[in-house]
Design a protein around this ligand. Structure first.
Ligand code: HEC
Length: 133
């Protein structure tokens, strides 16, 4: 009878590498109230904030970015094309809900039947605030 007393010493070995990445997130609260943004601080506009929130909750950002073309046009391009008025807000909200193609190319935007007219209009109000000027 051979007694193999295998001490499990090896197992207790490698717990030394405590990956403790306590990075200090120093969110520099530098409120850069610089010269250019004086009259036009759109991010404080409630339409901007609510619209952005809704856009983040939906799938819009899979296909749209603020300043670069992705699958769809960038929101800045859209904002540059359409005047920010009630008619355009309604029209574009309708397009988001129903989907469509042909304005920016042959790639279609998928319909968003689950989005309410009010929410869609809110998102468009945000988009149209992104006008460069
Ligand atoms: C599957 C990709 C995709 C998703 C998701 C998507 N879009 Fe689009 N979007 C497009 C494409 C492609 C176009 C260009 C359609 C065209 O040429 O008529 C477009 C166009 C637009 C336009 C301009 C419409 C016009 O007639 O000029 C707006 C505004 C817009 N999208 C907003 C949104 C919003 C808001 C959401 C989220 C609810 C969204 N999109 C989700 C692909 C997408």
């Amino acid at each position: 009878m051979k007694k193999y007393l295998l001490v499990a010493g090896i197992a207790a070995a490698l717990i030394a590498c405590g990956g403790n990445t306590n990075e200090k997130k120093e969110n520099a609260d530098a409120s850069t109230s610089s010269s250019t943004a004086a009259a036009d601080d759109k991010s404080k506009n409630p339409d901007y904030q609510k619209g952005l929130e809704l856009i983040a909750k939906n799938d819009c950002l899979t296909c749209h970015k603020v300043s670069e073309k992705l699958i769809g046009p960038s929101y800045q391009e859209v904002a540059a094309k359409y005047e920010n008025n009630e008619e355009n807000v309604k029209h574009l909200a309708d397009k988001v809900i129903k989907g469509g193609q042909g304005v920016w190319g042959q790639v279609p935007m998928t319909p968003h039947a689950g989005v309410s007219q009010a929410d869609a209009e809110q998102m468009i109000k945000y988009v149209l605030l992104l006008k460069a000027k």
